[in-house]
Design a binder for this molecule. Structure first.
Ligand code: TXA
Ligand code: MG
Length: 322
């Protein structure tokens, strides 16, 4: 796996049907030419991703959206103008240019323009849209640094190093079909942000029931290797070998934990989101930590997306402890 900062070289791999990991503002992506089904097939192979889980197509200008969809919904126009480049994926009807393997056979495609110069330059230099899921093994924690990508994946041709990603959790995924917005995956662009730009009369909805509207939205995801549990009571005695992830300064609690990681000292939710996944990787890498406990955050604003990731990352551990 070559790691470097040569965008032209990375683009030549994409053009030749290879795989390139690259930074976005959210997490690192594992990219291939979205219009080449053989290249896209390699993404599924390397990630061990089931073929029912569709990929996001990354673009570097709004013109490319019109090349991938013949029926761009009005809501896609409004939201893309308001939030692109940025952490927002819009699900809209696809046309025949988009291979079925990208969308897992769906008639819709998720499109986003990332707010990261390296990503935008890579797409531009490759002269094609880039299909990219997060660059981790299926179900595991998304990478926010090159070292995280290297720990998880093999068989990548080139890794573009852009340092740590800023936002830290994946884009908000919104379906804009049938004149309504449905938030399929919460992110740092919140329900309230979307409501503030959508004309009155057009609905903005978040998923409420347990129905899986998006094939990739499973109950378990983002998991570290070690058991992860949400802790509500800070006065509880934690078992030997516990790591604790918290989001604000601990006052007067004395835990016999091996390791405490602060995602923020002040409960700043942007900071929490940015450091969440790297705190999982850090706990996994510490041999003294046997199990990880994590403090919840209030579920409003960006807190909705943070708790979505924490709940899914702890889902399998919860089953084991009950
Ligand atoms: O921030 C992000 O979105 C990162 C960076 C690399 O861009 N990408 C990312 O991709 O998180 P991935 O594959 O890990 O998650 C994409 C999610 C999946 O859960 C998938 O089900 C959903 O988006 N998705 C993609 N296309 C869809 C479609 N046509 N309809 C419904 N959901 C879709
Ligand atoms: Mg992912």
């Amino acid at each position: 796996m070559i790691v470097g900062s040569d965008i032209e070289k990375a683009a030549s791999f994409i053009k030749n049907g290879g795989l390139v990991a690259f930074p976005t503002e959210t997490v690192y992506g594992l990219g291939a030419n979205a219009l080449n089904p053989y290249a896209v097939a390699k993404i599924f192979e390397v990630k061990k991703r089931p073929s029912f889980d569709p990929l996001i197509v990354h673009i570097c200008n709004r013109k490319m959206m019109y090349e991938l969809s013949n029926n761009v919904p009005i809501l896609a126009e409004i939201l893309s103008k308001a939030f692109w480049p940025g952490p927002l994926t819009l699900v809209m009807p696809k046309n025949s240019l988009v291979p079925d393997i990208v969308t897992s056979g769906l008639s819709t495609v998720g499109i986003r323009m990332p707010n990261n110069d390296i990503a935008l330059k890579l797409i531009e230099a490759s002269s094609c849209p880039i299909a990219a899921p997060s660059a981790n093994r299926f179900g595991k924690t998304s990478p926010t640094k090159v070292a995280h990508v290297q720990k998880q994946l093999m068989g990548i041709d080139y890794v573009l190093d852009g340092g740590s990603t800023k936002t830290g959790i994946e884009s908000t995924v919104v379906s804009v079909l049938q004149n309504e917005c449905l938030i399929l995956r919460p992110g740092t662009i919140t329900l309230e942000d979307i409501q503030s730009v959508v004309p009155k009369g057009l609905l903005v909805k978040k998923l409420t029931k347990n129905t899986i509207h998006s094939p990739g939205m499973l109950k378990s995801h983002y998991a570290p290797q070690k058991p992860l549990l949400i802790i509500n009571n800070f006065y509880e005695q934690l078992p030997e070998g516990s790591g604790l992830i918290v989001h604000k300064e601990l006052m007067g609690t004395k835990h016999k934990t091996c390791k405490v990681i602060y995602t923020s000292k002040t409960n700043d939710l942007k900071e929490v989101a940015s450091n969440l996944f790297s705190s999982f990787y850090e706990m996994d890498a510490d041999p003294t930590v046997k199990q990880i406990f994590i403090e919840p955050v209030v579920e409003s604003g960006i807190g909705v997306a943070i708790m979505d990731r924490i709940k899914k990352a702890s889902f399998n551990s919860l089953k084991g402890y009950k």
